[in-house]
Design a binder for this molecule. Structure first.
Ligand SMILES: Nc1ncnc2c1ncn2[C@@H]1O[C@H](COP(=O)(O)OP(=O)(O)OP(=O)(O)O)[C@@H](O)[C@H]1O
Length: 463
């Protein structure tokens, strides 16, 4: 973390990512017919300022690595701009056709080569990024020769010096990758990332594969090197504690989109998006009295090939909005929506519930109160953690009738009933961004109820 890094408004950004998109086609059959699209990165925008560390955080599969790879064009982005003002390029005016001269996505081979000198990547698994037959010194020095340094003695001198600066020794130059521990290999990876004196380093989960104690050492080293070399860092992690330790600002990613961006201190103190709040709730705090209540998200992360309409997080959100005319306790509302989803997707096995209710109701020998046993309808409510009677009459009527229809075997009627009454604006409206000041923004309908109604038929939208 540095003092120099700053939010929007403090000087020119080094890197501006605008509506970046990486969609993978899903193909099927002999003719590779396109049958769908995985929206791994689906229109993300952020800036990185000189000297700052921006964290990119989110659960596994939300698109962090794809975003990083698209920025450096290890994967070709399918949309958006990546404007890089490093290497003294400064912010240039746009061309007459609206494109930007510093847009990495349009760079030709020579421009890309220069860009890849200025921007380096570090990956989670250092082992896979080294050739086992090459000494680590030559692996680092190779970059210098690729970029035109012909003097071998000079190359060796630079690399030996760097190895020392990352906490290894000059004599390690001639050793092979297998002779190093995971933490040491990540130090070599740092040396390699720094050897061309880049402006920006993109570190993709650089400490996740390391033991806790080694993690702390490598994080300290990254911080120290960042200050010494005046680097900007894009630091990718699924771990909020690591983000808190090392980042100035953080961008929170969910299912291909950003949901909140802002200064780390502010976001940790007052997260605005329920997803950020949930991620933070699992971070241990030094003061047990200040421990946050752990938020259990409902269900699994949806498939990025078929993201939910409206706010993508609504299928798991603990703060999902209730429609006008319904007023339930929030956890009950969440569970009612989950129940609706199960009914609509046909996942309720009414026969097995009926069997279980029958077992529960079977009188024990000598049991005088068999009538006190639960009915199948009650059994269904218990199974899905729904109260025997909802406090809201509209919701209660819909649920009671739908359960009745389920029991009559009319799943379709039950699904239709629930889908028409148990609805949330979060599934029909795409939230806009709300500015909380100081470069802190979040995208949740609770702050910006107007949002944008969903496109008429996103299923056929195959951008
Ligand atoms: N080459 C590819 N072809 C098709 N789909 C891909 C490809 N690479 C990634 N994906 C999909 O894109 C989505 C985002 O993956 P990505 O690896 O970027 O996520 P992540 O947040 O970095 O997760 P992790 O931390 O587990 O690597 C996933 O659904 C993944 O399956």
């Amino acid at each position: 973390m540095t003092e120099r890094g700053g939010p929007a408004g403090s000087g020119e950004p080094l890197l501006s990512v605008r509506d970046l998109e990486k969609h993978y086609p899903i193909e099927e059959g002999f003719l590779s017919r396109r049958v769908g699209t995985t929206r791994a990165v689906d229109g993300i925008s952020f800036e990185i300022y000189p000297g700052e560390t921006l964290g990119l955080v989110g659960e596994s599969g939300c698109g962090k690595s794809t975003a990083a790879r698209s920025i450096v064009r290890l994967d070709e982005p399918t949309g958006g701009e990546v404007i890089f003002n490093g290497d003294g390029r400064g912010r240039a005016e746009r061309n007459d056709d609206g494109t930007h001269p510093n847009d990495v996505t349009r760079f030709d081979r020579a421009e890309l080569k220069a860009f890849r000198r200025d921007v380096q990547m570090i990956f989670q698994d250092p082992a896979s990024s080294f050739d086992p037959r090459m000494t680590v010194g030559s692996a680092v020095a190779e970059l210098l020769s690729v970029h035109g340094m012909t003097d071998g003695r000079r190359r060796r001198g630079i690399v030996e010096n760097l190895l020392e600066r990352v906490g290894l020794s000059a004599t390690d130059y001639d050793r092979y990758p297998h002779e190093f521990s995971g933490g040491q290999k990540q130090r070599v990876a740092l040396a390699r990332a720094l050897v061309l004196n880049p402006d920006l380093v993109i570190a993709d989960e650089p400490v996740s594969a390391l033991d806790m104690s080694v993690q702390a050492e490598v994080l300290s080293l990254i911080e120290e090197l960042q200050a010494t070399f005046g680097l900007s860092l894009l630091f990718i992690s699924h771990d909020m504690s690591v983000i808190e330790r090392i980042c100035d600002r953080v961008a929170v990613m969910y299912l291909g989109e950003l949901v909140e961006v802002g200064p780390v201190e502010e976001i940790f103190a007052e997260p605005q998006h329920p997803y950020t709040e949930a991620l933070l709730s699992s971070v241990p705090t030094p003061d047990p009295r200040a421990e946050r209540e752990r938020i259990e998200l409902s269900g699994a992360v949806p498939d990025p090939a078929d993201p939910p309409d409206g706010c993508r997080f609504h299928t798991r959100c603990h703060r999902v909005i209730q429609p006008e005319g319904i007023d339930l306790e929030q956890p009950v509302w969440r569970r009612l929506l989950d129940f609706r989803e199960l009914v609509v997707s046909g996942a309720i096995d009414i026969e097995s519930l009926r069997d279980r209710a029958a077992t529960d109701a079977a009188p024990e020998e000598g049991d005088p109160v068999a009538e006190g046993a639960v009915s199948v309808a009650e059994r269904i409510r218990d199974e899905f953690d729904l109260p025997r009677r909802l406090s809201d009459p509209t919701a209660e009527r819909a649920l009671g009738d739908a359960i009745g229809e389920l029991l009559e075997g009319d799943t379709e009627a039950a699904a239709e009933r629930l889908a028409s009454v148990i609805v949330t604006p979060c599934e029909t409206t795409v939230p806009g961004w709300t500015d909380h000041g100081n470069g802190h923004r979040s995208s949740c309908l609770r702050h910006r109820p107007e949002g944008r109604p969903i496109a008429p038929d996103p299923a056929t939208d195959d951008r």
